[in-house]
Design a protein around this ligand. Structure first.
Ligand code: PBG
Length: 331
C-alpha cells in the first residue's frame, strides 16, 4: 500500500504538526447582555452560559475575559418597557444607559474592540427590528433611525457598529452618516446573511425582545430576515454590503449555515464573521446536561468546525468557557 493516511494520525505530535485549523482567543468575540442597575448578574435560564449583567458586573467580566486573552466584545442592551416606543427613540437618546455604559467600558479598557448592536427590537414596543406601520416593517424610515443610532453609538465610543436589522441599504446609509459625523475610522460589521431562524429564542428571552403577540404586528421577522431555504440570496446580500462599505460580512446562525460561511468566504475578500447563536449554544448545553454528549469534546469541536468552514471571526457565548477549557487541558 503506497498511501497510508493513518501514518499522519499516529501520534499527538504528528497530528498537531499537520493540523490545518486552530481556534484561538484572537478569533473570538464574546457577547454580553447589559441591564440597567447595579449588582445584577442573572443567569439566562434558556442559555445557562450567559448572564444579564449591570455595568459594574460587566466591567468585572470583561476584566476576567481579558486575562484569558479575549479582546473583543459585542454588547446588547435589555431595555425597560417604559423606554420602548414604536420608533426606537431611546436608542439614540442622551440618557440611554447602553451608550453611557459603552463610554465607561471604553474608558476603563481602551485596548478592547467594542461592537454595538444596531436594530430597533430591544427599543421597540412591537419587538421588531424596524418601524411597524399598518402591519408592515417600513424600510427607509427605519434606516434613518438606524443611522442616528449608529452615530450615537460611535459617539459613545463603540469601535465597530453592528447593524443586525436586515433593512435594505442600511450599510451605505450608516457609512455615510458616520463619515459625515467625522467617524471615518469606525468599522461596520454587517449582519449580511441573517436568516429568519428559530435558533434566536434564548437571545429574545434574555432581552425580552421577541415580536409582541398582537394581531396588528407581524409575528415573525420573515419580511426582512432571510429564508433558510436560500443561498444565492446570501451572495446577493454580501455583494450589496461589500459595495455599501461593510468591513465585515456576517453569517448568522453559524452551525446550521456553514455552507453559507464557505460560500461567502470563497466569493469575497472581506473578513467573514459567523454568529454562533443562542439556540445553537443552548441545544449543545442541554444535550450535555442530559449526559447525551460530552461538553468538553463537542463545545470546542463546534467552534473549530465554524472556523474550518471559513469564518475568520466567531461570535459565541462559549468564548470565555472555551479559553478556560483550553487552559485546563493544556496544563
Ligand atoms: C436583534 C438580534 C437578534 C440576535 C442578535 N441581534 C435576535 C433577532 O434577530 O431576533 C440573535 C442572537 C442570538 O440568538 O444569539 N436584532
Amino acid at each position: 500500500m503506497l498511501h497510508r493516511p493513518r501514518r499522519n494520525r499516529r501520534a499527538a505530535s504528528v497530528r498537531s504538526l499537520i493540523r490545518e485549523n486552530k481556534v484561538t482567543a484572537d478569533d473570538l468575540i464574546m457577547p454580553l447582555f447589559l441591564v440597567d442597575g447595579k449588582g445584577i448578574e442573572e443567569q439566562i435560564p434558556s442559555l445557562p452560559v450567559a448572564y444579564r449583567r449591570s455595568l459594574d458586573k460587566i466591567l468585572k467580566e470583561i476584566k476576567s475575559c481579558i486575562k484569558l486573552g479575549l479582546h473583543s466584545f459585542i454588547l446588547f442592551p435589555k431595555i425597560q418597557e417604559k423606554y420602548k416606543d414604536n420608533l426606537g427613540t431611546y436608542s439614540y437618546s442622551t440618557d440611554n444607559f447602553y451608550l453611557k455604559a459603552a463610554k465607561k467600558i471604553k474608558a476603563k479598557f481602551p485596548q478592547i474592540t467594542l461592537i454595538s448592536d444596531v436594530a430597533l427590537d430591544p427599543y421597540s414596543v412591537d419587538g421588531h427590528d424596524g418601524i411597524v406601520v399598518n402591519g408592515q416593517i417600513i424600510n427607509d424610515e427605519t434606516v434613518a433611525v438606524l443611522a442616528q443610532m449608529a452615530i450615537a453609538q460611535a459617539e459613545a465610543g463603540f469601535d465597530i457598529i453592528g447593524p443586525s436589522d436586515m433593512m435594505d441599504g442600511r450599510v451605505e446609509e450608516i457609512r455615510n452618516a458616520l463619515d459625515a459625523a467625522g467617524y471615518t475610522e469606525r468599522g461596520i460589521m454587517s449582519y449580511t446573511a441573517k436568516y429568519a431562524s428559530g435558533f434566536y429564542g434564548p437571545f429574545r428571552d434574555a432581552l425580552d425582545s421577541a415580536p409582541v403577540d398582537d394581531p396588528s404586528v407581524p409575528k415573525d421577522k420573515k419580511s426582512y430576515q432571510m429564508d433558510p431555504a436560500n443561498s444565492r440570496e446570501a451572495s446577493l446580500e454580501a455583494e450589496l454590503d461589500a459595495l455599501e462599505g461593510a468591513d465585515f460580512l456576517m453569517v448568522k446562525p453559524a452551525v446550521h449555515y456553514m455552507d453559507i460561511i464557505r460560500r461567502l468566504r470563497e466569493e469575497h475578500m472581506l473578513p467573514i464573521a459567523a454568529y454562533h447563536v443562542s439556540g445553537e449554544c443552548a441545544m449543545l448545553i442541554a444535550a450535555c446536561e442530559k449526559g447525551w454528549l460530552d461538553y468538553e469534546t463537542v463545545m470546542p469541536e463546534t467552534l473549530l468546525s465554524i472556523k474550518r468552514a471559513g469564518a475568520d471571526v466567531i461570535i459565541t457565548y462559549f468564548a470565555k468557557a472555551f479559553l478556560e477549557l483550553t487552559k485546563l487541558t493544556k496544563r
